[in-house]
Design a binder for this molecule. Sequence first.
Ligand code: ADP
Ligand code: MG
Length: 352
Amino acid sequence: KISENLPVIRQLDDGAINRIAAGEVVERPASAVKELVENAIDAGARRIEVAIADGGKTLIRATDDGCGISEAQLPLAMSRHATSKIDGSDLLDIHTFGFRGEALPSLGAVGRLTITSRVAGQGAFSISVAGGEMSAVRPAALGGGTIVELRDLFYATPARLKFMRSDRAESQAISDVVKRLAMAEPFVGFTLRDVTGGGDGRVSFRADPENGDLFDALHGRLARILGAEFAENALRIDAEREGLRLIGYAALPTYSRGSSVAQYLFVNGRPVKDKLLVGALRGAYFDFLSRDRHPAAALFIDCDPQLVDVNVHPAKSEVRFRDPGLARGLIVSALRHALAEAGHRASTTVAG
Ligand code: ADP
Ligand code: MG
């Protein structure tokens, strides 16, 4: 009798597996945009354009001039756990945004996905996935690089569709994602276009590739994204301690804000929202700011990938430092030093 009610263990099919993974990786249109732009950066693109319609719900299209994907590799790009970025032997040595090989198959499980790509010296080809079903690879027309087009996100998962916010809110989230990635890649040009209703649409964000050394480029890019006022009030940060390098710009206390919206933190080029680092930023300004003000800063920590674990969660921007105290100490001391020096300069200028 009991055996009739016994649960049966079944192997899930690939479609179901991909939809489950998609639930983790693709929360909303902005998470799809993040995956596509990161892929373009990983492909060495110098220019990336993202076009969206209806807050990304009906269309997200990322166009890049990166290395492209060859005819033979297109089906693999769409396959789960297939990646060109690691060989699996060392998960602690990751130098790219991607490495799980999960984004494209996940997007193909929850939307209609088409990749068109061309490797230099070869022909252009395209492949599509809809509802988890992959098409054959077909010849296509494209000058170079890659176009990834995602239509009707979540059409196959109505429950998800209901949780999406207004077109305006989703567009805003997409803009935030693109701007954050653009801060981390000042030598790459970014364009965000809203093509709702068809046609060329309207450019909602544009940042041309910056020139000069890293600090010039970063300063120019931050001026473009955070505004000239931030750039004029920003102190250059450049410090190193035991293999951790900290660079970026931190604003004078007089430029502080009533909320923490202007705090941008990156670890090895990845935008992160990390309590430890935010706390360090706050701690650095402790003597310079009243409690109700928030410092504005864009800070980049770079280190050997061995010193930080980014393998925490695909969609969440968490990282785990091997030595959290080191990261905190570096931020606090570098910023305090810059702030004290700026304060000293200001007071000696006033004194004559
Ligand atoms: P991951 O980025 O983790 O490797 P993805 O599913 O995002 O996984 O992509 C799978 C593979 O497809 C990548 O490893 C890469 O080789 C290729 N790929 C994806 N997007 C692009 C692109 N824009 N240009 C060139 N290759 C790409
Ligand atoms: Mg990827």
